[in-house]
Design a protein around this ligand. Structure first.
Ligand code: ADP
Length: 495
């Protein structure tokens, strides 16, 4: 809540743009962030922002799947998006969510039947090129001059690129600054050059960019953005390296002064073991012993031996190469001399799904594979599992490890990206540890970390200390939204 006793110094105005935002539409993690960060920014206490209020407004495409029956959606304005040889009309609608003004933009390139992300690269390219231009025209039509345009990922990065052209020549845009958040660097917007061309968006001529990337909207936007934010401090450093920079590390290094990292927050009200309706036995820091009922219920549900002393390892993940599911499976196979049970939940790559089923078939007395997407089950698993395996090869931020810690489940994670920034592992010091980290993305490293965890599990006081410290971590959006607000403020003050 804003503190009424603190006179605010002024207002930072921000247009936040994204392909998706919860609760309007959510397909992936970007939807979570775009659905919660703007709301958190609006609610920031000015004491955390140097005395400023943040007037942030959200703009997303008016996807056909957005359900508007439960909210008022008003037509606001129609704008013309320029295109070689003519214009395309964009209709701007206004609605709000929890006090956050939201602009929904529709037009012929955003057909109602199209999914948020389609397999048709050309169509996606046209949709997001159109949207990226439409938001700029919308500002002019509304005569609103935000201090900051904040784009996310490749879909909206062309806005930042075109803003740079406009602000050089058009006084209306002159004082606007730009921010791009990189949620996942590999998705740069490849293959949409002709869609950009169709909307008169030229390729970048920034010589710092590799030739092959000059018509990738993410890279075009990054070349002109005033600030580049990766979704964790460690990921911000990693993308500057040849191992994780995907061929654009030299370019990013040339912009290193403008690259920073801010973690994503967790919706701590939604992920709260003391209120989670999916649990039959809610618990909190103060009632931690009640957690044991959840473990017993989970063992029973999966027809595993109900035994509190048996470490229960869980994996909750997209079945994807990125997530290191193969490393998890092979790591478990290397420590079958130790006592543990495992439940693996996920879906995706059929090879990885099958590898999970094979592990179950080979160890029917202690492994269960649940090959599906099941949020309620995931909640029971976080509440009943002792350790969450998260051996991601790379992890820009990651939410599963934060959820696990809030639920008293200790992450066993590869020390990369957001995992390194959120999991605390100080060997021999359980009171300041929240889980286990390993350095190499190998099955051997997973096995070694599993061995440490299974060994520590028999030291109850140490284990409980780790659980409690994990449950006390603050992963709230407030903390990270304040970091975004400071970034905006710095840009605004630089003029
Ligand atoms: P990513 O966004 O890369 O998949 P994150 O760790 O940021 O990884 O977020 C993953 C989210 O998806 C977590 O909330 C996790 O609990 C959830 N999740 C992943 N797989 C499943 C599944 N099979 N069933 C239910 N929830 C899942």
């Amino acid at each position: 809540m804003n503190n009424p006793n603190l006179a605010s110094k002024g207002v930072i105005q921000v247009l936040f743009i994204a392909a998706e935002a919860d609760p309007f539409i959510k397909v992936g993690g970007l939807g979570d962030v775009a659905g919660s960060l703007p709301a958190a920014l609006r609610k920031l206490d000015p004491a955390l922002t140097g005395g400023y209020l943040v007037d942030v407004r959200l703009a997303i495409p008016f996807h056909g799947a957005i359900n508007t029956t439960s909210r008022e959606v008003k037509p606001l304005v129609t704008v013309s998006v320029p295109k070689p040889g003519g214009t395309v009309e964009a209709q701007v609608f206004q609605t709000e969510h929890d006090g956050l003004p939201v602009y929904l933009i529709s037009g012929e390139p955003i057909p109602p039947e199209a999914p948020v992300y389609s397999l048709d690269t050309q169509k996606d390219g046209e949709k997001y090129a159109f949207f990226s231009l439409a938001v700029l025209q919308m500002l002019r039509a509304l005569n609103w001059q935000p201090d900051i345009i904040h784009a996310n990922d490749w879909h909206t990065a062309a806005s930042v690129f075109m803003l740079d052209k406009l602000r050089r020549t058009d006084p209306f845009f002159k004082l606007m600054h730009s921010v791009i958040t990189i949620h996942n660097l590999p998705y740069m917007g490849a293959g949409i050059a002709s869609a950009l061309d169709a909307f008169g968006i030229p390729p970048s001529n920034d010589q710092r960019l590799p030739e092959w990337g000059r018509h990738f909207p993410l890279l075009m936007g990054l070349s002109t953005a005033d600030q580049i934010i990766a979704v964790s401090p460690t990921y911000a450093r990693e993308i500057l390296t040849p191992e994780m920079g995907l061929g654009v590390q030299d370019f990013l290094n040339s912009r290193a002064d403008s690259v920073s990292g801010i973690l994503n927050g967790l919706d701590q009200a939604n992920w709260d073991p003391s209120t989670d309706p999916a649990l039959r036995n809610n618990f909190s820091l103060k009632t931690l012993p009640k957690r044991a009922y959840n473990k017993a219920a989970l063992q029973e549900e999966f027809d595993l031996t109900v035994d509190p002393s048996m470490p229960l390892i869980i994996l909750i993940s997209r079945m994807d190469q990125q997530k290191g599911v193969d490393l998890a499976i092979n790591g478990l196979r290397q420590v079958t001399h130790l006592p543990w049970q495992a439940i693996l939940l996920g879906s995706g790559d059929p090879n990885l799904e099958n590898a999970c089923r094979h592990l179950e078939a080979d160890f029917p007395d202690r492994v269960r594979a649940a090959i599906r997407f099941d949020v309620r089950l995931s909640r029971r698993m976080y509440a009943g599992g002792d350790c969450l395996l998260m051996p991601s090869r790379y992890e820009p931020c990651g939410l599963a490890q934060m959820i696990a810690m809030r639920y008293g489940c200790l992450p066993i994670a590869h020390a990369v990206g957001g995992l390194r920034d959120t999991v605390l592992d100080v060997p021999g010091k359980p009171k300041v540890s929240t889980g286990y980290l390993f350095e190499e993305a190998t099955a051997e490293a997973v096995a070694a970390a599993l061995t440490r965890a299974v060994t520590d599990f028999s030291d109850k006081p140490g284990w409980i200390a780790r659980q409690k410290f994990g449950m006390q971590q603050d992963f709230s959006w407030t903390k990270y939204a304040a970091q975004y607000a400071h970034t905006y403020l710095k840009l605004k003050e630089e003029g």
